[in-house]
Design a binder for this molecule. Structure first.
Ligand code: C6P
Length: 420
């Protein structure tokens, strides 16, 4: 019998979202592309920004902008207050215990590199093991390869089955006395699979192994609770959750962050500097060398307010309906195969069409105003495991509609006629 409970991560469907009203909050959606209304279905790559976020950034630069934590003047005090309020907003959003556990970084990629270099590198010795999974984005593969090269540690990889779910029994059997860290994605950016990370973290912790979760694709779709999850590190990007690009978060348990050395050296991360020896600032500043992305943090805070104003459970319910509708509608297209059929899925649908390259499909869709992504989605080992060279991917957000999915299906039929 499996060690693992039946996956049941699908959200409860709530009353419908006022999608047309929501769309009005996103000015970019109201435009023609190649003579057609834009259908933006590339939210897995980056989501669009509501006016509230655009205005928060505009307000920051017009009225409150100065460097943070440095000046004694009024503008710097206002800027610092807004920046630190943004940190507390993120803390509440993911239910972290302390604001000091929220580190502002550039995005998921930087957060993972920070953990690889500051947590893993000093710990690792020849023969130690880092465990990742086949379904990782390159951001959660390459930093571990680098640190393995630097230390003589080895990478162990958890396989996936043909529907795109992790082999959880294999994962459990990979955990052993040499394992130092398990790093895995919460939601696959290619397959949409929602991994049962709460159960996985519990099992890893029974073996005394720390867990890093790549939450890049989860944070716009699921309510998060760091204290309930108990994960050691959680990484995500602002730009996929309706916030600005160039800002992201590393959540880390306070006792771990306190223990590990800084990632980068520079201004603001120090307590005192001399040529003999420098000492480091307290958390979170120890990990925030240099001038941070101040307006980005403020924009991210506005994005969180926007999401909270709508309610994550309503967003998740709407996206779940879109996923169901898209899966049914696309499955009816002859020659189309959906890649990724996990029981627990977020609103991401990857597919291939017999005899047509995914890039060509995306190009024909673009001619009809429909934005999707095609390629390996920065997950080359996964694409190879699935026996593909690339997929076309539609990924949905709170502002997408069933009508856009109908247009996607019509666009694919058109691509078939033109390209087959
Ligand atoms: N995936 C996609 O189209 P950054 O670039 O640091 O904000 O996020 C990297 C990243 C890490 N993990 C996962 C699971 C991701 O999906 C991404 C970004 C985008 O799928 C761009 S490649």
């Amino acid at each position: 019998m499996s060690l693992w409970p039946e996956q049941n991560a699908l959200p409860v469907v709530e009353p419908p979202l006022p999608v047309q009203q929501i769309r009005q909050d996103f000015p970019i959606l109201d435009q023609m592309i190649n003579g057609h209304p834009l259908a933006y279905l590339d939210n897995g790559a980056s989501s669009q920004k509501p006016l509230a976020v655009i205005e928060a950034i505009d307000h920051c630069y017009r009225h409150d902008y100065a460097n943070v934590h440095r000046g004694i003047h009024a503008l710097s005090e206002r800027s610092t207050a807004a920046f630190e309020a943004a940190r507390r907003k993120v803390q509440t959003f993911i239910n972290a215990e302390y604001a000091e556990e929220i580190i502002f970084v550039r995005g998921t990629t930087e957060a993972i590199n920070l953990v690889a270099q500051s947590y893993a590198r000093p710990l690792l010795q020849t023969g130690d093991e880092i465990i990742i999974t086949v379904m990782e984005h390159h951001s959660n593969i390459v930093p571990w390869q680098l640190v393995c090269e630097q230390t003589g540690a080895q990478l162990k990889v958890v396989p996936v089955n043909d529907v795109g779910e992790l082999d959880l029994d294999r994962l459990a059997s990979l955990l052993n006395g040499r394992s130092r860290l398990l790093a895995l994605t919460h939601i696959s950016n290619v397959l949409g699979t929602i991994n049962p990370i709460a159960e996985i973290i519990t099992v890893a912790h029974k073996h005394g192994i720390a867990v890093l979760v790549d939450g890049a694709q989860a944070v716009p779709h699921l309510a998060l609770d760091m204290q309930a999850l108990g994960c050691d590190f959680y990484a995500f990007s602002g730009h996929k959750m309706y916030g600005p690009s160039g800002i992201g978060i590393l959540y880390g348990k306070r006792e771990l962050l306190e223990r590990i050395p800084p990632y980068q050296g520079g201004g603001e991360m120090i307590e005192a500097v001399s040529f003999e020896k420098s000492t480091y600032a307290e958390l979170p500043h120890k990990f925030e060398a240099g001038t941070p992305h101040i307006a980005g943090a403020i924009g991210l805070s506005a994005a969180i307010d926007y999401i909270n104003g709508i309610g994550m459970q309503f967003i998740a319910g709407h996206e779940h309906e879109l996923l169901g509708y898209a899966s049914e509608t696309l499955a009816e297209i002859e020659g189309l195969r959906i890649i990724g059929q996990a029981k627990a899925k977020a609103s991401i649908v990857s597919f291939v069409l017999e005899g047509i390259h995914p890039h060509d499909i995306a190009t024909v869709l673009d001619q009809q105003g429909i934005a999707v992504r095609a390629g390996h989605h920065c997950a080359m080992p996964l694409i190879k495991r699935l026996g593909e060279v690339a997929t076309t991917r539609a990924s949905f957000a709170m502002y997408n509609t069933p009508d856009e999915i109908d247009r996607l299906a019509q666009g694919i039929e058109k691509a078939k006629k033109l390209l087959a």
